[in-house]
Design a protein around this ligand. Sequence first.
Ligand SMILES: Cc1ncc(COP(=O)(O)O)c(C=O)c1O
Length: 398
Amino acid sequence: MKSDEFHKCKYGFNPLVKDNPDWNGPEFEFLNSSDMLDFHKSLPGYSPTPLVILPKVAEALGIKQLYVKDESRRFGIKAFKAIGASYAIYRFLKQQWESRFHTPFNEKSFNDAEVLKTLGSFTFCAATDGNHGRAVAWTANKLKQRAIIYMPENTAPARIENIHTENGEVVLVPGTFDDCVTKCAQDAETNGWQAVSDTAYPGYMELPKYIMLGYTTIFRELEDALNTPGKPGVDFVFLPAGVGGLAAAGASYYVRRYGEKRPRLICVEPSDCDCFLESVKYGNGNPLPTRGKQESIMAGLNCGIPSPIAWPIIRDGMHLFIGITDNYAEEAMRVYYKEGVTSGESGASGLAGLMALLRDPELEEAGQSIGLDKNARVLLINTEGDTDPVNYKRIINC
Ligand SMILES: Cc1ncc(COP(=O)(O)O)c(C=O)c1O
């Protein structure tokens, strides 16, 4: 039986948060890259995802305004993950080309069939709960390269099918997402394949940096609307965390753009897969695995160990960590649906976290302490659409 602590909502303020973290060391050098948005703009089919305003939901929740950056149709693969995998594979190919041919490789080269032919064939492999693997397969398919995707054996059939649709091969692994990461790393080593997993581990530290950087496009696209120069147009940003790539992208973006004037950043995880909350509470500055069973319906967040690339950024930049129960995710999906926004279980986790902070007895104190009140302007990222349509229909009940 699961311990009660994994069945209820919980929180931890970050005792290690800094107004202006010192990210000047070589390990943070990668944060200076600035070509991500231009790269994405160069991809066929690019358009910025919509910023949706939900005044009725804001009113019902008793806050001033609710903004949702809706990633549910990003590049037609129903999740934000496309911008991470594509940028990482671009950087990998750039490194390959420039070290071999000593001439520059840019966005145009990535879209140039002749250049790609000259580079030759690669097999990309990745571990996933669904969306990242789909994004890797989507990118590989566009480049006419092979993709092998490792998924937990209890993955919903629709998520497996999503990989096949992109011509990806699927390997089902007994166990959790973290077991998939291990198996994928071993097979990559044995077969000379290129891993593109979104979490880092010893011997594989570069590509997760680029995956994380790719996600910053979400925040860059908001610079005309909410992320205006000098002063942000929102007070709170909710960032879901699996391995932490997206949350680190948001934290690094807001820290570097606004320093101590940044919005309050709130990290959302499932209660029974709460590795960042666990780390911030008990890790003395170091990452810890979750003690939960990782059985949440928020499949994309079922990652038991923080990525070592994401961890220091999240530790320095995020203000509050919350663990939420699945009932809030289901309710949030229905709220979105009524407003015409399609949101899957993980996609709805930001709204779920907001609702839980405003309502759940375990989180009430945290919501008040952080100042979530009638003046609050909140930004959420709807990170996925109905990536598992069968469960989506069951939960929405339509
Ligand atoms: C829909 C969705 N939201 C959020 C996340 C969390 O992203 P990360 O693993 O970068 O923390 C994932 C990860 O797969 C996801 O699929």
